[in-house]
Design a protein around this ligand. Structure first.
Ligand code: NDP
Length: 475
């Protein structure tokens, strides 16, 4: 489903009309046109700051260098010393920012992992305040801090707790021109896993992700954080449920783009659409209702037929059966609970019991911001999507010892058949009430899922990432 207003205001006539009437113009987001590239920041000027020299600052400088960025430090000294020492340690060149007479920076990374007092937070102001008027469209801002519980010092925990509020506000301020701002909370000792998260957040693969907090906790047992390689999913077998259309089809396409062989699952009634989607990406169509009591066992058999175990499973299939709670028939409650939640739990249990997951397998579940915000008429749906967030958190602790990681993506308003069915006024409000003033596309969810399924997210486990343009409404 197309966003006609967004398209119109970016035509020459539309621009004139919007300017004459003073209408807000949603930014045209720059999305990835191809897979991850090693030198993804070859054309970027990256301004870097750090509250102190330490492992996070060194990891940031190394990562930006690996991505080919031109690394700048601020001429007005904000966060300079930590970066200079990190650059020496990493044997990487940095130069003084020329923002006033050269190309303005389009990537900003500030490491405040060492911020441990209220006074230390002044760096946030000093680093960002002088530059936010000049940030080019579709720029990328990442702040790096520590997760809750990382320090035993109450004041350090307090200082770090300022960062989610800071980044959410900065994202709302900077989203008008398509710039995103996100926070990586890296656990002490997991700094070597920052690069993958930076590659995602500093790229066009995350165009619709803003105002989010991603914990980087370190790789599960037996999993090594490896150097970046292009087509990172080469040789991987990936199952995607609900893959015939919508978000599932986009997920299958992006996983295949990064090298995976995809087994696409959908209801037998959708077999012909599923076949078309899978043949376009060289995938394998598997008509199967995921609520079948032995669906997991069937998936294990299909994978074994293809000569392998399942490296990635994306639990995407989901349904809505909206009714106010007081009017909801019991079978609608049961149906939504079983498709969106029961089937996921059963399927994973069977795959684990049958030892059908490959080494270092990845499980990605699809939640929804409806599970966070709630929606009138969606008690059944929101209960399942909220449960998915708790499920990945709980299962991450159980699976960590097996080297398997599990995460969730919570989409916001995405332009699909599901949202096309929303009444027009509600739809227009839901779409615009985000920091990027628009809905996302299925590919935005697919990119985030692919990040979670790839070695780029080797340090991420038990997390739920919202892909919603920082939407204010549960969809
Ligand atoms: P669609 O309805 O477009 O696609 C879902 C697919 O899953 C359909 O092909 C559907 O088949 C299939 N499916 C449903 N039940 C089963 C089953 N029992 N076994 C196998 N396949 C099944 O949904 P979207 O692409 O919009 O959504 C994908 C996921 O994203 C869902 O989990 C949804 O809750 C979530 N989401 C979507 C948002 C949005 O804005 N679109 C927002 C937030 C979350 P059939 O058509 O035959 O029913």
């Amino acid at each position: 489903m197309a966003d006609k207003i967004l398209e119109f205001v970016h035509t020459s006539t539309g621009k004139q009309i919007a300017a004459a009437l003073g209408l807000p113009v949603p930014p045209m987001l720059k999305r990835a046109k191809a897979g991850y590239a090693e030198k993804s920041l070859a054309n970027a000027n990256a301004l870097v700051g750090a509250s102190a020299f330490g492992p996070a600052a060194t990891a940031v400088v190394k990562a930006l260098n690996a991505m080919g960025a031109s690394i700048k430090v601020s001429a007005d000294l904000a966060g300079l010393d930590g970066v200079k020492q990190a650059a020496v340690k990493a044997k990487v060149e940095v130069s003084i920012s020329q923002a006033d007479n050269g190309v303005p920076e389009n990537v900003y990374v500030l490491d405040v992992t060492a911020a441990a007092t209220v006074a230390d937070l002044r760096l946030l102001y000093d680093f960002f305040n002088p530059r936010l008027r000049k940030v080019p469209s579709n720029s990328r801002i990442v702040v790096i801090g520590r997760p809750r519980g990382d320090s035993k010092d109450a004041l350090a925990e307090t200082a770090q707790s300022s960062l989610p509020g800071f980044i959410r506000s900065l994202a709302k301020e900077s989203g008008k021109n398509g710039t995103t701002a996100n926070l990586i909370q890296v656990k002490t000792g997991a700094e070597n896993a920052i690069e993958g998260a930076l590659r995602f957040f500093l790229s066009p693969h995350s165009a619709f992700v803003t105002g989010q907090v991603l914990p980087v906790v370190g790789a599960p047992k037996g999993v090594k954080v490896t150097a970046f390689s292009e087509k990172p999913l080469t040789g991987k077998l990936a199952v995607v449920t609900g893959a015939a259309r919508g978000i599932g089809a986009a997920i299958a396409e992006v996983l295949a783009r990064e090298g995976a062989t995809v087994i696409g699952v959908d209801r037998p009634a959708d077999e012909s659409v599923l076949g078309t989607t899978m043949s376009s990406i060289g995938g394998i169509a598997c008509p199967l209702d995921i609520t079948d009591t032995d669906a997991g066992k069937k998936l294990a058999e299909v994978a074994a037929d293809k000569g392998g175990k399942i490296d990635i499973i994306v639990h995407n299939a989901g349904i809505t059966r909206d009714k106010m709670m007081r009017n909801m028939a019991a079978h609608l409650w049961d149906m939504v609970l079983d498709v969106n939640l029961g089937a996921i739990v059963r399927c994973n249990d069977q795959l684990l019991a049958d030892d059908a997951f490959g080494a270092n397998a990845r499980i990605v579940c699809i939640s929804s911001i409806g599970g966070i915000a709630g929606n009138a008429g969606q008690t059944n749906y929101a209960a399942t999507k909220s449960a998915v967030i708790g499920y990945v958190d709980a299962m991450a602790k159980q699976l960590e010892g097996k080297g398997i990681s599990i995460n969730a993506i919570a989409p916001g308003f995405i332009e699909t058949q599901m949202t096309a069915a929303i009444p027009v006024v509600t739809r227009e409000v839901a779409r615009r009430l985000s920091s990027l003033s628009q809905g996302g596309l299925p590919v935005d969810i697919a990119e985030a899922v692919t990040f979670m399924a790839s070695p780029l997210a080797n340090g991420v486990n038990g997390a739920t990432l919202r892909v919603c343009g920082q939407n204010l409404v549960g969809a």
